[in-house]
Design a protein. Structure first.
Length: 279
């Protein structure tokens, strides 16, 4: 068994000495984020920024015309797409669509693991969006982004694991290392990206079932419940008594025996989100 503290120290040293780099946001994502934060930025100005990236432009148009967001008229230009989706959603989408590009392996050996983590993140993002949809103080698109980035700390771990044969040969040990170290590394990445504290708390606490938020529920609560709902959907029932003891479930106000995938319309919404990000 690998000493996780020793592995973390090796990983931290590799990051500090540029032997491995944490994922960075492309310039277009930084510009969009800054433009949205200036509030007075128009849809046309934001569309002009996105237009500098052809792949991102195509994906944004695809999202604007997806079943989840489409209107009566087909959108065929970025200005209309930004106007339809709204600048706050566009900011989240730009960052989340880039996340899909980040989840890439440099070798075939780890490609399946990268894809597994991405697909799990997309499903949890879909559940998070549904859970936040009926709240007054949380934004459902921000909740979706929280789900997408909750396990971002796994990325440098997987990249670093490529040079550690003992991890590549032991899937269970690799998973243990990811669970042990991903929260700290994910927090560090989002701090580097200047994310708001409400989102930085997500990767730091997404495995902490004892997490207790102050005041009303937050995005960590949403992601924690989304992960458990995802497990129920994929692995079968989870003991309702155990769920009722988890603070996040109490905050979200969801009955432990309720599987939200069975609520009318929810399955379609979740499928549309998954198709949007995995297709």
């Amino acid at each position: 068994m690998i000493d996780e503290n020793q592995f973390l120290q090796k990983l931290s040293d590799a990051i500090d000495h540029n032997r491995i780099t944490l994922p960075t946001l492309p310039e277009v994502a930084l510009k969009v984020r800054d433009a949205v934060e200036r509030e007075q930025s128009s849809a046309n100005q934001i569309a002009d920024i996105i237009a500098s990236d052809a792949a991102l432009s195509a994906r944004l148009l695809q999202v604007a015309n997806s079943p989840l967001y489409r209107g009566r008229v087909t959108i065929d230009n970025l200005q209309m797409a930004v106007a339809r989706l709204g600048v706050r959603l566009v900011r989240s989408l730009v960052i989340s669509l880039i996340m899909q590009q980040i989840f890439q392996a440099t070798s075939d050996l780890l490609d399946a693991k990268f894809r597994q983590i991405w697909e799990e993140s997309v499903e949890i993002a879909a559940f998070s969006r549904v859970l936040a949809a009926n709240t007054d103080h949380l934004d459902k698109e921000q909740a979706m982004l929280a789900g997408l980035i909750h396990n971002i700390g796994a990325l440098p771990i997987l990249a670093f694991a490529e040079s550690h044969d003992e991890l590549l040969e032991d899937a269970e040990e690799l998973d243990r290392i990811i669970d042990a170290l991903s929260p700290r590394i994910g927090q560090r990445i989002l701090e580097m990206w200047d994310f708001p504290e409400s989102l930085i708390r997500v990767p730091a606490n997404f495995l902490n079932l004892d997490y207790t938020s102050e005041g009303e529920m937050d995005y960590v609560d949403i992601v924690l419940v989304a992960r458990l709902e995802s497990q129920m959907n994929n692995d079968g029932p989870i003991d309702a008594t155990s769920l009722s003891q988890i603070p996040a479930f109490v905050k979200v106000g969801l009955e432990p025996e309720v599987n939200i995938i069975e609520i009318e319309g929810v399955a379609d919404d979740i499928q549309n989100i998954e198709v949007m990000f995995i297709s």
